[in-house]
Each structure stands twice: as structure tokens, then as C-alpha cells.
Design a protein around this ligand. Structure first.
Ligand SMILES: C[C@H](O)CC(=O)SCCNC(=O)CCNC(=O)[C@H](O)C(C)(C)COP(=O)(O)OP(=O)(O)OC[C@H]1O[C@@H](n2cnc3c(N)ncnc32)[C@H](O)[C@@H]1OP(=O)(O)O
Length: 724
């Protein structure tokens, strides 16, 4: 803890330099806040101090309030762990202190970090420092006066945009907007900040308290118009989130009743929001995403990732070309291998199209797209494979084909080369069966479209070496994916956990519940689309292949719905041919296709599972639970079998792989909030009426009976089942 501290050095010029040190981002932990108060008090009382410069250690001002403290509050429900910063430190000690403060900002000033800087009387920044108030992404609002000071410094419109989108700006833009008083080279930052602070103290520069400014706010009617538009927008984009509307209310309070009233209201509602389930979910998601890269016996044994300079991708279909695109964007040289010129050209065109799409959407410059393409080579044989560091196979899901590819590339590639498969269903032991390189065989499961979706599932067998896993994790990070390391099993972690999602929806459809209502309930819960629309988007071929796979591995809990087969027979193929459960027309939103109803009726006739031949009557809550509890049940089996390192990995995987709402914290976190006992009792009841698809797993039963959260690590007696 020696490096968690605040230091103060007073120079001969009479400037006290107060420095925050809490690596790696100088987070404002309670101990830092207490030390800041102490140093400020000392600076105000010392006769040899004329002014203060506030800065952060090692080139980073501050990443904001310590997020771990939120988690502690979430667990204990005790708000007293939150220190009084907004009034006590920022208003009374810094802004209204008798000596001026100047913030010297380098690297980043985010959340509470930027709020401290705004409490200073001027802000000097090094180039390219990130400035932002991302608190809404944690389910709270800025709580150290940011809702009041940012609009007063840069104007209402931009301030509202920065808070509601949580997007940071760079110091150069901050300078143009009035948030930053000067941008100076890093080496001159401290010198300029000291001089600026003295200039304020000696009245050569104005002594400005942001909270008292009104000149940038605009008239009340202008403010109200901006806030009205923001409210409407937030209703659309953040329907289930309380913090957006609350943030707007607090901003308005300050404009109507003055900045100080705004600060007081901000502090009150901040505390309410901290305790909300939304904040619990979002904070959990943030920390879980960081924990995911810590793999016991891989990342903690002193291994260093080797550099992956050249990658070969086999197969230029939709997945293969998406993977190539992602690699090229990560500055990696790629060889795309196809079996003939026609397929190769098709793959190349798809890659070009992917890059062009990013340019059109303003996500990539033309220059960068061209440079990315220049790193790509096409090949029809393996001659380019002699010096590759990694091969990713992305051909069709055929066991003999994959096996022959792997035994061929083993002979051609250098002995250090990682041999990865993008299979989503085939056992990796089977894929690598005919090779002698089992320690280098690994799964690299991307999600479609691979250049857009952020998750990379890394599947290890019992033979995969830690170095192979570490290297692939490093590649994942280079191409801006979040890698989750999982064990080999049918469907791996994501598809396996979520296969009952579609299944549950099909059970309900066959019990007579309207499919469009089912989709609506799920999208109201926060997933982008419901299970039927998702099936339309993924294509029915995928649905058929996947359900066959699961039926073979988990016959006890696979519901055989004839619906997709009937849809295909009626000439539907989902979005691919514009006709599925919905009608897809260019330029318009998908519309429910009522002509699908007779097909569903036929499915109901075949399955004949409706009690007394009548549709069941269910509430929206029942629907939600009947679709999601079986998912929780399968997640329990994955935990029991040690498919993931920790429960929160499954949360991240569900958020990034299945778009489960991040503000609900992920599937296991959500289940723990709902309560394992309720989930167990409900599943048990449904299994008695509707069959074994709903049968609760042993793991769920045990945890429910003992009142242990599903996310709690396995006890010694339980872990005998785990394969980790
Ligand atoms: C009252 C106030 O208004 C409330 C607040 O201030 S809430 C906090 C607002 N701040 C934020 O939301 C910033 C959150 N942090 C980030 O976005 C990113 O971490 C960052 C941009 C600062 C740095 O990103 P990057 O360099 O990629 O590093 P990243 O891996 O994310 O973080 C490095 C470590 O710092 C930790 N960290 C980052 N910000 C933190 C914070 N505010 N509190 C505690 N820990 C933090 C991470 O958990 C991670 O820990 P680990 O090494 O143990 O895994």
C-alpha cells in the first residue's frame, strides 16, 4: 500500500504540488480522498503556500472514484463507505478555499477525476488526455458536482451529450470547448500549471469558480428545450435505465435553483442510484470484464505472450472473412487460404466489403482500410504457411475435413505455430485427434459478424498448453476482443448456456403462446431481439445444425420442435430470403408475418403438448422466467463442470456473446438477484407439468436448498466434479 498515497511538495515559488498515487489509474479510493483533504488543509494553512497544483502520478490524472468501493456498498448495502467529497472536499476545501488550485492533467481525467479538476480554478492538459464523465455506464451519475460544473464550463448541449453517452473527449477538443484552459506539451505541463496557479493567486489571471458561472448555460427556455430532447432520446435508447432521466433532472435542478442546490440534489440521488440493481449489474460487468483475463496456471506462472506476426485463416466464408477482417484491423498480416479462385475472390470481396462498411459508418478512415488490405494475401495452397505463427481454421463443420486439414497443417507450419479451429460445435479433441500437436490445438470461437462482435471464446482441451492459451489471449486483445477461456464441451460456454433460450421459446410457442408476444417480452427485458427474430437473423440452417448437436449430447433436455423444419418446407429462410416469422424488406423494420400462424398451428398439432388441447395462460413475467430460467439451469451445469474459471466469466460471455443486458450484470449475476430458490422451485413445478426440459440441475438444487448464491466459488466437496 506504500504506493497508494497523496504527496505534497512545496516549491520555492510557493506552489504546493499535490500528487495522487494509486496505480494503475490513480483511482480515488477513500484513503486517497482522506489524504487529499489533509494535504489541501495543510496547503491552505501554510504561509509559504500561495497556490496549489493538483496532478496524478505516472502520467495519469485520475480514472475517477474507486469502483471497488461501489461493489463493497452493493454487497453490504451500507452507504457509509462513500466519503463526503462533493461538498466537503470539492466545494468547501478546493473551490471555495482561500488559495487557488490548478489541475495539471495528463493521460486521463475520468469521472470523479475530471470532477476534481473542474473544482480547480483552471485546467492545463497535456495533448491527447482523455476527459469524460462515464458514470452512467456504472448506473450512477457524476457525484462530485460534475452534473453542475460541466454545463457551466462547456455549455448545456455538449455537456448533456458527454454525460448521457459517457463518451470521453480529448484535451484538444476540451480546450476548444472551454473545459481546458491550455494544452501544452507533456514536458512543460507542470511548469505551466505552476505559473498559472501563481498568476491566479497574484490576480494576473481570473480566479474562476466553475459552480458560480452562468455565462455558458444559455436561457432557461433554451436549457429546457435541450433537456426535453435529451429526455426523449434517453427514453428510446435507455428505456430500462433510471440514471439517464435522473441525471437530466439533477442538471435541471441546478439551472433552476442554482449550482449549489444542484450539487446537493446530485449527492442525494447519487446515493439512491448506487443502491439500484442497475448499478449493481453495471459495476459487476465492469469488474467481471477485468477479472476474465486472469487465468490460474496460465497468466500467473511467469509466461510472456509470444509475438504473433503472421496468421493464416483457412476458409473465406462469412466467419473466415470476418476473422480475417478483425486480424487485419489489429495490424496483423494474414494469409487467407481457399480451395479455388472463385471462393478466394468471394472471400476477398467480403473482407473488402467489411472494411468499406466500417469506412462508410465513420469507424475507420479510408487510409487505414487500405493499409489493412495491404496486409492481406490470398493463397490456394499451403506454401505461405511455412512461417505463420497461428492458423485459424474456419471451414464447414465437417469432422473428416477438419481432421485432414489439421494433420496437413501440422506438417507444414513451424513447430511453434498455434493450430486453432473456429468450430462452434465439434469436440476439439476430435479435431486434433490425428495430430501429434495436441498441446497447440485450441478453439478460437468468434461470434458473427466476427469483425464486430467483441467476444472471443478460447477453448482449451486437457492437452492445450498454457503458452498456447496465453498467446491466443494476447491476439484476442490485439484485435480488441474480450477473450474468455473455457473448457471443451458441446456448445462450449456461450452456445451451451443459451441453447435452452431458443428451446424454451419453442416450448412456449408449442404451448400456444404467441411468438410475437414472446419476442416482445424478451426485448422489453433488454435483449436486442427476441428468440424468434434471432433465429430469423441467424438463419434456419444454423438452428437445425445446432439443435441436432444438442439433441445428441443432451437428449434429456432437448425439446424437439418441428417448427423450423416446417418453416423451411414452406419456403421461409428467415432474413436470408426476407421471409421468416417476420417479413424483412430493405429500408423498413421487420414486420410480424401473420401468415406464419398456420405453420405454428401445425407445429402445435404435431407436438400436442398443450394441456387439454388449449393454449396455456401466462403472464409476461411467466414468459420471461420460462425462457430464462432454463438458461440459468444450463449455466449451473457449466459451473458445476468447471467449463468456465469463475461464474462472472459466464456473465461477461452472456453480455458480449448473447447481448444479455449488461445492466442486469450477466446471466448468473441476474439469477442471484432473482434468487436461486425461486428459480429452482419454478423449474421444478414446470418440469412436473411440462416435462424434463425444465428439470432443475443438481447444482441449482443444492445451492437453492443451502441458500448459497450460484456465483459463489465451488466448495472443496463440490469441486470434485469440476474439471478446472
Ligand atoms: C463520484 C464519481 O462521479 C463516481 C466515479 O468517478 S465512478 C468512476 C468513473 N470512472 C470510470 O468509469 C473509468 C473506469 N475505467 C476505465 O474506463 C478504464 O479502466 C480506463 C480507461 C481508466 C483504463 O483503461 P485500460 O488502460 O484499458 O485499463 P483497464 O484494464 O480498464 O484498467 C486497469 C486496472 O485499473 C482498474 N480501474 C480502472 N478504473 C478504475 C476505477 N475508477 N476504480 C478502481 N479501479 C479502476 C481496473 O479494474 C483494472 O484493474 P486490474 O488491473 O486489477 O484488472
Amino acid at each position: 500500500m506504500a504506493n497508494v498515497r497523496v504527496t505534497m511538495e512545496v516549491g520555492n515559488d510557493g506552489v504546493a504540488v499535490i500528487k495522487i498515487s494509486n496505480p494503475p489509474v490513480n483511482a480515488l479510493a477513500p484513503i486517497i480522498i482522506a489524504a487529499l483533504k489533509e494535504k489541501y488543509k495543510e496547503a491552505m494553512n501554510r504561509d509559504d503556500v500561495k497556490a496549489v497544483v493538483l496532478m496524478g502520478e505516472k502520467g495519469r490524472f485520475s480514472g475517477g472514484f474507486d469502483i471497488n468501493v461501489f461493489q463493497k456498498v452493493h454487497k453490504s448495502g451500507d452507504l457509509s463507505a462513500l466519503p463526503n467529497v462533493s461538498v466537503d472536499l470539492v466545494v468547501n476545501t478546493m473551490e471555495d478555499g482561500k488559495k487557488p488550485s490548478v489541475a495539471a492533467i495528463e493521460g486521463l481525467a475520468l469521472g470523479g477525476g475530471l470532477e476534481l479538476a473542474m473544482g480547480c480554478h483552471a485546467r492545463i492538459a497535456a495533448p491527447k488526455a482523455q476527459l469524460g464523465l462515464p458514470e452512467l455506464t456504472l448506473g450512477v451519475i457524476p457525484g462530485f458536482g460534475g452534473t453542475q460544473r460541466l454545463p457551466r464550463l462547456i455549455g448545456m448541449k455538449k455537456a448533456v451529450e458527454m454525460m448521457l453517452t459517457s463518451k470521453p473527449i480529448m484535451s484538444e477538443e476540451g480546450n476548444k470547448l472551454g473545459l481546458i484552459d491550455a494544452v501544452v506539451p507533456s514536458g512543460e505541463l507542470l511548469k505551466v500549471a505552476r505559473a498559472w496557479a501563481l498568476d491566479i493567486a497574484e490576480k494576473r489571471k481570473p480566479w474562476i469558480s466553475s459552480l458560480r458561472r452562468t455565462d455558458r448555460l444559455g436561457s432557461l427556455s433554451e436549457v429546457r428545450e435541450i433537456l426535453k430532447v435529451a429526455r426523449q432520446q434517453a427514453k428510446r435508447t435507455a428505456a430500462n435505465l433510471p440514471q439517464h432521466q435522473t441525471c437530466i433532472d439533477v442538471i435541471e435542478e441546478g439551472v433552476v435553483f442554482g449550482g449549489y442546490s444542484g450539487v446537493l440534489k446530485e449527492a442525494i440521488v447519487f446515493n439512491d442510484l448506487v443502491l439500484s440493481n442497475t448499478s449493481k449489474g453495471l459495476v459487476h460487468t465492469f469488474l467481471a470484464q477485468r477479472a476474465i483475463s486472469k487465468i490460474p496456471n496460465v497468466t500467473d506462472i511467469g509466461l510472456k505472450p509470444r509475438q504473433i506476426k503472421k496468421v493464416a485463416v483457412i476458409g473465406g466464408g462469412l466467419m473466415g472473412s470476418g476473422i480475417v477482417t478483425a486480424l487485419l484491423l489489429g495490424n496483423i498480416s494474414v494469409v487467407l487460404k481457399e480451395i479455388n479462385t472463385e471462393y478466394l475472390q468471394k472471400g476477398m470481396k467480403t473482407i473488402e466489403g467489411n472494411l468499406r462498411g466500417l469506412v462508410t459508418r465513420g469507424k475507420l478512415t479510408q487510409d487505414k482500410a487500405e493499409k489493412a488490405l495491404s496486409r492481406l494475401k490470398g493463397a490456394l495452397d499451403y506454401s505461405e504457411f511455412k512461417n505463420v505463427d497461428l492458423v485459424i481454421e474456419a471451414v464447414i463443420e465437417s469432422v473428416p475435413l477438419k481432421q485432414s486439414i489439421f494433420s496437413e497443417i501440422e506438417k507444414i507450419c513451424p513447430p511453434h505455430c498455434i493450430l486453432a479451429s473456429n468450430t462452434s460445435t465439434i469436440d476439439l479433441n476430435t479435431v486434433g485427434e490425428k495430430t501429434n500437436a495436441k498441446d497447440r490445438i485450441v478453439g478460437a470461437h468468434f461470434f458473427s459478424p466476427a469483425h464486430v462482435m467483441p467476444l472471443l471464446e478460447i477453448i482449451r482441451t486437457n492437452n492445450t498448453s498454457p503458452q498456447t492459451i496465453l498467446d491466443l489471449m494476447a491476439v484476442g486483445k490485439t484485435i480488441k476482443k474480450v477473450p474468455v477461456v473455457v473448457r471443451n464441451c458441446t456448445g462450449f460456454a456461450v452456445n451451451r448456456t443459451f441453447f435452452p433460450y431458443t428451446q424454451g421459446a419453442h416450448v412456449l410457442a408449442n404451448l400456444g403462446v404467441d411468438v410475437f408476444r414472446l419476442d416482445r417480452v424478451i426485448s422489453n427485458f433488454g435483449l436486442p431481439v427476441g428468440p424468434f427474430q434471432l433465429q430469423d437473423l441467424a438463419g434456419y440452417g444454423v438452428a437445425m445444425a445446432v439443435s441436432k448437436e444438442f439433441a445428441a449430447s443432451f437428449p434429456d433436455r432437448t425439446f424437439q420442435s418441428p417448427l423450423v423444419d416446417l418453416l423451411i418446407k414452406s419456403g421461409r429462410n428467415g432474413k436470408n430470403n426476407g421471409k421468416g416469422y417476420y417479413i424483412y424488406e430493405k429500408g423498413s423494420k421487420p414486420k410480424p408475418d401473420l401468415s406464419v400462424l398456420p405453420i405454428i398451428k401445425e407445429s402445435i398439432r404435431i407436438t400436442n403438448i398443450m394441456p387439454d388441447g388449449k393454449p396455456i395462460s401466462v403472464s409476461d413475467q411467466d414468459i420471461l422466467e420460462m425462457i430464462l430460467f432454463p438458461v440459468v439451469n444450463e449455466a449451473c451445469r457449466c459451473l458445476d463442470e468447471g467449463i468456465v474459471v469463475r461464474a462472472s466469466d459466464l456473465d461477461v460471455a452472456s453480455v458480449l456473446g448473447m447481448s444479455f443486458p449488461s445492466y442486469r450484470g450477466g446471466i448468473v449475476f441476474w439469477a442471484d438477484l432473482v434468487g436461486p430458490q425461486h428459480i429452482y422451485t419454478s423449474l421444478k413445478k414446470w418440469s412436473e407439468v411440462y416435462g424434463s426440459f425444465f428439470k432443475p440441475s443438481e447444482f441449482l438444487e443444492k445451492r437453492a436448498m443451502k441458500g448459497i448464491p450460484l456465483s459463489a466459488p465451488a466448495s472443496t466437496s463440490e469441486s470434485s466434479r469440476s474439471r478446472m
